[in-house]
Design a protein around this ligand. Sequence first.
Ligand code: FAD
Length: 322
Amino acid sequence: MDKFNIPEHVYDVIIIGGGPAGLTAGLYVSRAGLRGLCIEGESSISQITVTDLIENYPGIPEGINGFELIERFKKQALQFGLEMMSSDVTSVKQTKWDDIQGWKVTAGDRAYDALAVICATGAYWRKLGVPGEDAYTGKGVSYCATCDGPIFRNREVVVVGGGDTAVQEAIFLTNFTRKVTIVHRRDRLRATKILQKRAFANSKIDFAWNSVVEEISGKETVEKVKIKNVKSPGVTGEIPAAGIFIFTGLTPKTDIIRGVADLDQGGYIIVDANMHTSAKGIFAAGDCIKKRLRQVVTACGDGATAAFSAQLYIEELKGESY
Ligand SMILES: Cc1cc2nc3c(=O)[nH]c(=O)nc-3n(C[C@H](O)[C@H](O)[C@H](O)COP(=O)(O)OP(=O)(O)OC[C@H]3O[C@@H](n4cnc5c(N)ncnc54)[C@H](O)[C@@H]3O)c2cc1C
């Protein structure tokens, strides 16, 4: 027991997730002199590690490979004393020592206790599950127009989806590309009216209605996208394209926090501006929270804020607040 009657084995903060949000939180937690454990998933990895070249992270004008960026984040956090392990967290439950409230985090067959938890478990873009999708990911198949759009300057691309993200990103892509074809399984868009209006008025945007992607093919990189009409069986077509952007839905990885902290309808964790969730002592950061822009730079900002809020929370718990 320490002087606050907190057992020795209790971490100050457990961070769930080893992506940009989690590792930045880990950096700030350890530099604040707190005992932190970062549990990065064993069966999943940070989304950014699948990206070959990140060109929009400030301070690295030459760009950087996603895997290397994560390794750098890790090295920096570890050098200030963050503990790290790989395991899949399966639950987060409330616990108590005397009158001090904490959290029990179960990962694999072990449980770890902490005064505060930062959930930074990210999200993933739903895949189409068609031939060529995995093989050409990073070679023309993308789930992020902000990240990969400029690569397709003066080329033709396909956007899959009919919601806000798909239409917004298609409009954004016309800043670089020669032509964008939106492939949508219905005969009208789901996106908000203003976006629809802009898309219909954009001469670079074409539509393949009532259509789904059947196959993505090419040689070294994507060259064409095969589509199938869902209303007229047997009717197929081919769109020559150097890239295909898939926006058929982002899914947050928040099952472990469901029922513990409030989620929105899409399953994203609801936080305030300081990354507090509805559960006392639980903070969240990165792609798993309800927010507008999901990028490395915003994930890092969220992680730093969550760590600082956790620090203030712990100081208050220990009666050490400044
Ligand atoms: C193809 C692609 C290209 C992209 N390109 C760019 C780009 O160029 N620039 C840019 O800024 N952004 C880019 N992004 C977006 C960027 O990857 C994300 O915004 C960023 O990774 C979010 O960071 P995060 O830490 O919130 O989540 P992630 O990086 O996804 O990390 C989540 C972490 O949580 C862990 N985890 C999940 N569940 C559990 C669990 N149950 N137990 C333990 N650990 C768990 C995972 O293993 C992982 O370590 C791209 C995304 C994709 C998909």
